[in-house]
Ligand binder design. Sequence first.
Ligand code: FAD
Length: 374
Amino acid sequence: MSRGTAVVVGGGIGGLAAAIGLRRIGWDVTVLERAPAFEDVGAGISMHANGVRALDALGVGEAVRAAVRPLYTGGTRAPDGRLLARMDGAALERRLGTPVVGVLRADLHRVLREALPTGCVRTGEEVTGLDGLPDADLVVAADGVQSRLRAELFPRHPGAVYSGTTVLRAVTERPPLGPIDDLALTWGPGAEFGHLVFVDGRVEWHAVLDVPPGVRHPDSLAEMRRRFGGWHDPVPALLDATRPEDVLHHDIHELRTPLPAFTVGRVALLGDAAHAMTPNLGQGASQALEDAVVLAARLAGAPTVTEALRRYDAERRRRTQSVARAARQAGRMGHGLTHPLATALRDTALWLAPSELTLRAALRHADWAPPRLR
Ligand code: FAD
């Protein structure tokens, strides 16, 4: 379908990517974002080849590459530092053209914003429902995990629920003193600690805890030191390189009940609004980017918006819901295990797994080829 008009609700990574994709196929797009201004909030994003390829398809791959760090070394460890599974970034690069990359969310968001013309994104515009939106051929609901548009379209759906885990994370104030792995994950009973390195040498660390929702600490960094201070290097050093005021703390919500459709009438749901998943596979943002590419490609290739949305739903629902299931499962097998016997069995299985098997697990979701956008 050549040319049309679209309103995108939500100016996060998914919404901006959708706007870029639609503009690439010749559509007029307006993005409505409720935040009064974009602040450099959030921490880091680890992105697999599928996300990088989606950015290439949107025409912003080169600009993003300037802001990312390719992550070659690392893997999964036990709290005493024993390596259980090695990440082979060079092998991933040989197979997929890129290893996993680390990027500050703020940098990724800035590159996406800069790919859109002035006036395309309107901030300070809170959408309260479908009524009252500007006239358009298509509405893209990219309003995040607590999507108001999703609630309006699917009033009987339970919406996002607490996943059972809370995440504390921060970007260190300075690079660590010694050399460290590029991308690391450590699993202890009922807890996970991980880090990734950015292009400027600073490091994002995150800690996952299986606790009831709403638990907060008067001094989050002190609580992290109490909980993880005895774990292997560089965990204590990363905490030491962090300012207390930089620690973010979020309870993780997910769409545990899959949506029965990603489209209703002329509305397409995209990103976390459609398939909010736990962060265990680092795939949330990449799946939103994939959505954006597929939506634009199907609109370009179908005779009507209705047919394009039917194809978008068929293609994206199955894939994203399967990635979400896999992410939940990865969390259960990781920080979700608490019994010493269960953790010992898991650790042994990881340690014994041939490197080809570990590589294949990494390729499972990352090896995605985008449709071509003109
Ligand atoms: P959002 O980024 O939430 O954007 C939604 C936008 O809509 C916001 O700007 C919001 O202000 C706006 N909005 C909401 N309601 C309205 C309204 N009514 N009117 C107008 N505007 C509205 N993904 C990865 O790929 N790799 C990772 O390593 C990774 N790590 C993560 C770690 C954590 C702890 C968490 C919580 C998530 C992580 N993710 C990761 C997931 C990733 O951040 C999200 O999947 C991704 O940002 C989703 O983008 P989105 O645009 O769909 O939603």
